[in-house]
Design a protein. Structure first.
Lengths: 214, 214
DNA sequence: TAGATTGTTAATCGATTAACAATC
DNA sequence: TAGATTGTTAATCGATTAACAATC
């Protein structure tokens, strides 16, 4: 029985991974939790606690081997293995994702794009042909993609999500500004841009009030 | 001296706002913390605690007036007043944001787009002309936009961020997969899509392991 | 007035930080 | 061996939940 890791820890892992990636690119061989904590503006204690949820990756008196730790976090994040991604909805965000080659570098390969709009069907985005939504079921059942990026309008999102999960999708990257209620074995990661912008707006106001008090 | 609100609370506010928006569209007049908690899958206690950070918006024996609470949360989030947004970097994500009309509905108006690429300069995105980065300083100093959306490659992000804040920008919506270290009066909200995708990858692996154990 | 539900205090739970023995 | 730094336990801090008096 494996331990459930708190989401606070999981949220931090990609950031560790990014810093370690930069260190290894600079040919840094070893790093202590103290050095890393200063770079990242967190406590050394937190780094050690976080990592020890998954195992002892360091060595007393030495610290952590950068390359090794980088690879181990990659394994924890599951990006040691490649993922196939389909994009559902060839609107602005869907096309932006399809064009964003950074994902491929991390092993996420966009394999297909779907849309309902006949004017878009047949055209290409980043070398990938946009297909009709009518082919979606067949495509999922035959190729079993790992992830569906949902970039359809929010009205369609819940029903499309229900469909694709019924057809075999187990992971949804949801860009629609709405909640998806799906069966327990489907994992969801939300990207709610409007909420992000609202939080920025909150910070702007809070900052202004702080300055007015001074 | 106003109380500092924890970021956990602030993260939840836009979600309350979204649910209240849906309720008012359905002409629901009042709601209790208990009802809302059931819809949102949180505790009623948390809703009441969160709201009471900002004031008593409810009434004993009655609950909360939907329209009133919606507007009050809007004020807390600072979206009762409009914001002007400039986009720096007319790549895929920059153009996707420029095209995303949902922001306008919340009072965020895209007023300009900038890029270094001569092939893009002069063309239009959603009716907004892409301008040369050479005009960026002048534009900021003259029109004082509220927010700069940073959608340039990660190598350029830190220096562009330093420039625009020196010229008068106080809020950055950062899409570059890198950290921005700026002076304390600049507020930053990060959207790190690759990190989001990595968290989804983690969840996929964790879910698989869970199923293998059963 | 009785019932409902808030606002708020107190209790619990979980996450972060500090401390230090283990060990390279 | 001495010094450094981890892994891990214990202490602290903060966030969430429960409880209930206040009040509409």
């Amino acid at each position: 029985m494996q331990k459930v890791i708190s989401s606070a820890v999981i949220k931090r892992l990609p950031r560790y991974y990014r810093y370690l990636d930069e260190l290894r690119k600079k040919d840094v061989v070893r790093i202590s939790s103290k050095e890393l904590s200063e770079k990242m503006n967190v406590t050394a204690s937190q780094i050690r606690q976080d990592l020890n949820n998954f195992g002892g990756f360091g060595q007393q008196g030495y610290g952590y081997n950068v390359e090794y730790l980088y690879n181990e976090i990659g394994k924890i994040l599951g990006i040691d293995l490649p993922h196939t991604v389909i994009i559902i909805g060839a609107g602005n965000i869907g096309r932006a994702i399809a064009n964003y080659d950074d994902f491929l570098r991390r092993g996420f390969q966009i394999t297909a794009i779907f849309d309902v709009n006949p004017e878009l069907i047949g055209s290409e985005v980043n070398g990938i042909r946009i297909q009709s939504m009518e082919h979606l079921r067949e495509y999922i059942e035959e190729t079993k993609p790992d992830i569906a990026a949902l970039t359809v309008p929010k009205e369609q999102a819940p029903s499309v999500a229900a469909d694709v999960t019924a057809w075999g999708i187990h992971a949804i990257w949801n860009f629609a500004p709405t909640e998806l209620f799906l069966s327990g074995d489907v994992v969801i990661e939300n990207v709610h841009l409007t909420e992000s912008l609202m939080r920025l707006s909150y910070k702007i106001r809070a900052q202004k009030q702080k300055q007015d008090e001074e």
